[in-house]
Design a protein. Sequence first.
Length: 299
Amino acid sequence: MSAITFPTKSTPRPVRWRPSGSIHRSTAAGRLSAFLLATVAAVVCAFPLLIIVITAFSPQSEVLSYPPQLLPNDWTLDNFPGVFERIPVGTQLWNTIQMSVIVTALSLLLNSLAAYALACIDFKGRGLILGILVATIMIPFQSLLIPLYTMLSDLGWIGTMIGLTIPRASDVAGIFLLRQFFVSIPRDLDNAARIDGASEFRIYWNIVLPNAKAGLLTLGMFNFIGNWNDMIWPMTMTNSAEDRTLTAGLALLNGTEQGIIPYGVSMAGALISVLPLIVVFAVVQRRFIEGVASSGIKG
């Protein structure tokens, strides 16, 4: 018979001691690397804006000089009056503000209502409706321009603020984004409210929306910036410069003067258009971070 062997207790592996100084050095090196990477990314992202600013304050002769130079020898403000001479900046800026604010507000309301129904209300065919909505994302928006233009023309909405805002008041991407936020909210909250007799709208308004601030702020930021920067839709649905938004009006600055494109004037107009957006983005970004930090469900 073979001998029976009993398991022996293995010798514990010695634990290597690392001095605390090496831990601090590795942490400091990691922070320095992250800071350098963030700095490089910020410079790369800000470089186009830097070119816009430099070109806006450069004379036309230096913009077209060869070899090109990064900084002009003579800084000028003459490009900015040229913008106001060529397009109605005040009217177009007001149109841009109206369109961006109205579309963002309507989109948050309508998209959140649809997302609430798809996420929190159980009804037959909910999955089929969601699948059809998601499938429509694959339809290019450009293919819908002609049917939309024909429909708005029959309604007499071409060149009006109603025509610019109503067709963009809701979008499938926004519905799907908010639905994902609403699904993450525990169903015990709305079920308890239903047991207490709360209506669906009260559950939507008092329970679901306060717990989805991060999603609402994200969608609102995307909608506002997207509509502010949109050029194809306002140019298609308007007939005059007074009805266009500022971004669409900037296309008029690309006309030639004796075969020369006024790059300085165009960049000055782009700078006028982007400055309000930078301010709004800074405010929304701060609120967005606060919303993410305070969006947890408290028991």
